[in-house]
Design a protein around this ligand. Structure first.
Ligand code: G4P
Length: 533
């Protein structure tokens, strides 16, 4: 039972730079799964609800998605296009979509088995895509590449392919080649069958674009030079060895590529097909003691995100867990590995956008939100049956450091409580040292957006106005007790203890770091796990 559920599941995230079309693609995928009758119902502006809390106001004002959620849908592949005849369950875990960056974004990627790298045909690789790509590479997750917006003028297919190979060392192996240049998207050459898939536009791209499967001779007659160009360029790629290779894809060395238009719903079915046929189903996970919890073993899950105060109508704390093994049934009492305490899962929910629905059963690969999960923190393990504890999610190297103060001394107690709460949720990293004392801790973040989240939550949930004062440090290095005194004597360096006990030396810039490393070779200054390691 569990094995069959696992085999039909695929859990992935879309990594992209803002505006590349992630929301539009999410809608298009949901449309294909017929979850919504017309594209635009999930994220579309018209679909936005008007009753939103301050929190949501902030999200709306910046056009960002602070919440990280998972969309689950069923999809059955067309039998004619593959040998698979099974209703597949697709979990799309949403990565926060703002231009800035936070630890949440990284953590989400620990919950997926594959990533779809979505790039804009005119812009190619952009900074946020690159950062997220590095995290995927670090984790060894297979990546499918989507070149989106092919309905608009952009670069040539070969330019985009070269850019990806040259800049990030990932070799694209297009599954389909576009027929018609960017801006004149006629259809796709299926490189594996040699056939032509012709798309027909629908009004406003609101419904699935009808596809016509055409034999090569007829394609030539119909598209003439556009067809010949596609065939020639595709052959060129084959000569260079850029055909799909499942092993290389799973090893993260090559990336099946699809040209698409999310607004027109072109290439979207092809993405679903690639996910189902090529992306890996959930697999077991290695525990701290190096044993592997297999997917068919007793229930276990990892919390990868904790979130609170999202919405005034649901003011509570939600922990999102990704199921690693076994069957989850709502109401079962599981054990929280970190404390050994029982945890009742009466309020398990599937959450997407503003909507929540109760989850009754779930399987490996699925994401379930647990309500009022006050004791749970990112990286925690929940299990039933034989005990298991998975390794913690690495805390990523912070690059932004600020002193945080309560504006009013009278609110100090709430301020402390809030800091502890936000720390335990992993919203920011909290640093302390004896010199500064405890009154105004130093907060460390991967992206400055995390400080805004702190400000907003301090105000709405704890009624505390805060101010931030940036510190002139750019780097953090892990150090040890023996090095602390000497480091504190250095200019541009300050040592702190992070709440997980790690000693961190903050350094003003990389030149200072290089200087200290040269002059004091005996000091411990280890790089932290950075996303790009
Ligand atoms: P994001 O979540 O990655 O930030 O991007 P989003 O889907 O919001 O898309 C950003 C803009 O790009 C939107 O335009 C969207 O309509 C457009 N877009 C997305 N996919 C495609 C595509 O395949 N082709 C074309 N031509 N455009 C695409 P907007 O002007 O910001 O909003 P709207 O007025 O269209 O809603």
């Amino acid at each position: 039972m569990v094995a069959r559920e696992v085999a039909r599941r695929r859990t992935f995230a879309i990594i992209s730079h803002p505006d590349a079309g992630k929301s539009t693609m999410t809608e298009a995928l949901a449309l294909h799964a017929r979850m919504i009758s017309e594209a635009g119902a999930i994220h579309g502006k018209a679909g936005r609800r008007s009753t939103v809390s301050d929190w949501m106001e902030m999200e709306k004002a910046r056009g960002i998605s602070v919440s990280s959620t998972a969309l689950q849908f069923n999809y059955r592949l067309d039998k004619t296009s593959s040998g698979v005849d099974e209703v597949n369950v697709i979990n799309l875990v949403d990565t926060p979509g703002h231009a800035d960056f936070s630890e949440d974004t990284y953590r989400v990627l620990t919950a997926v088995d594959a990533a779809v790298m979505l790039i804009d045909a005119a812009k190619g690789l952009e900074p946020q895509t690159l950062k997220l790509f590095q995290v995927c590479r670090h984790r060894g997750i297979p990546i499918i590449t989507i070149v989106n917006k092919w309905d608009r003028p952009g670069r040539t297919p070969l330019e985009l392919i070269d850019e990806i190979s040259d800049r990030i060392g990932l070799t694209p192996t297009p599954l389909y080649f576009p027929v018609g240049i960017a801006g004149d998207f006629r259809g796709l050459l299926d490189r594996r069958t040699g056939k032509y898939i012709h798309f027909t536009r629908t009004a406003g791209g609101a419904t699935i674009a009808p596809e016509e499967l055409i034999e090569p001779e007829d394609a030539l007659a119909r598209e003439e030079d556009d067809w010949t160009t596609a065939v020639e360029e595709s052959e060129l790629l084959s000569e260079m060895g850029q055909d799909h290779d499942q092993e290389m894809f799973l090893a993260g060395q090559t990336s099946p590529m699809i040209f698409a238009s999310a607004v027109l719903n072109f290439g979207v079915r092809q993405l679903l097909q690639a996910l189902i046929e090529l992306a890996p189903p959930p697999t077991g996970r290695e525990a701290i003691d190096h044993t592997v919890r297999e997917v068919t073993d007793a229930f276990s899950a990892v919390v990868f995100k904790v979130q609170a105060g999202m919405d005034s109508s649901h003011r509570d704390r939600l922990a999102y867990m990704r199921i690693v093994s076994g069957e989850f049934e709502r109401g079962m009492v599981v054990t929280h590995a970190q404390t050994g305490k029982p945890f009742a899962t009466k309020y398990a929910q599937a959450v997407f956008g503003r909507d929540r629905s109760t989850v009754d059963t779930a399987y490996p690969g699925d994401v379930v939100g647990l309500v009022n999960a006050m004791a749970l923190a990112p990286g925690d393990t929940l299990y039933s049956g034989p005990k298991v504890q998975f390794p913690p999610i690495p805390s990523f190297a912070p690059e932004h450091f600020s002193v945080c103060r309560a504006e009013s001394a009278g609110k100090y107690k709430q301020f402390r409580k809030a800091i502890d709460q936000l720390d335990s949720e992993g919203v920011v990293q909290v640093l302390r040292n004896d010199i500064r004392g405890d009154a105004s801790p130093v907060l460390a973040a991967v992206g400055p957006m995390q400080f805004e989240v702190v400000t907003a939550r301090m105000k709405t949930e704890f009624g505390v106005e805060t101010s931030f004062q940036g510190l002139p440090y750019q780097l953090a290095r892990r150090t040890d007790a023996e090095s602390v005194d000497e480091l504190n004597r250095q200019r541009g360096v300050e040592v702190f203890t992070r709440s997980d006990g790690a000693l961190l030396a903050l350094v003003s810039d990389k030149w200072r770091l290089q200087y200290i490393e040269k002059e004091h070779g005996d000091l411990t200054l280890e790089p932290l796990v950075a996303a790009a390691d």
